[in-house]
Design a protein around this ligand. Sequence first.
Ligand code: AMP
Ligand code: ZN
Ligand code: FE
Ligand code: FE
Length: 271
Amino acid sequence: MKYADLHVHSLASDGTYTPGQLIRESINRKLSAIAIVDHDTVGAIGEATAIAAGTDLEIIPGIELTAQYENQEVHILGYFLDYQNNALLEKLKSMQQNRIERVGKIIRNLEELGVKLNPETVFNISGKGTVGRMHIARALVKDGHVGSTSEAFRKHIGDKSPAYVLGFRLSPREAIKIINDAGGVSVLAHPYILHNDTLIAEFAKDGLQGIEAYYPEHSQSMINFYLDLAKSLDLLVTGGSDFHGSAKPEIKLGMVKIPFELVEKLRLAKK
Ligand code: AMP
Ligand code: ZN
Ligand code: FE
Ligand code: FE
């Protein structure tokens, strides 16, 4: 049996593995394919594709776009997209700029709560990658404000925590269109986060093509629920570990993996 992990982050966003390290680890874990889906960037895809050439591992070009629906973040995955598409790259540039500004706002919120953090500490951790809350969480750990990144999210910067800032400019419909315009297939990431499954039918009307039914936080009964929902809405099904390396140490690469036939169905949906 061939398996794939379709939700993997690299140093190009908030993961801690280089493309080379991801490929080595994927081969060790006997995966046949991984999709690198960094937040609002395709920065790792070219290098990963070059390194994996000549191995038995397939790199599926991907992305995880952050959209906003009412007052929550909605993550839309894109698969098999043309990662050199100029219109895509232009849009990503503006999203990355927006993320830099958002970090400033979160740091100001933290300061009002009595938690002083130097932006430099955050940007040194994110390096050349798109910056996000995971880098803020690691900076909070580094400066001793919290003991772990999960504590940072719980206390300070989680979606419902006091220093959280929303402020993403895309709607799910726009994120789906950006992915489709770059030749990709759109999939709703970790649907449990919505806490509102009726939204999935809305997003399907907006052109969403699949849902990530298999995910570490999904129990077997949730998986079954999402599989049934996918069937009734005529959506594809994907899954993956949301691997972030040492930034999320409890998650191992390939911890959630899907049979390769689901990858083939996804590939066929490409326009
Ligand atoms: P951002 O794109 O800046 O909003 O950050 C989203 C990322 O933060 C997610 O992809 C996860 O890596 C991480 N994250 C969000 N919520 C949590 C949480 N409660 N615990 C750990 N990591 C989280
Ligand atoms: Zn992340
Ligand atoms: Fe996500
Ligand atoms: Fe992710």
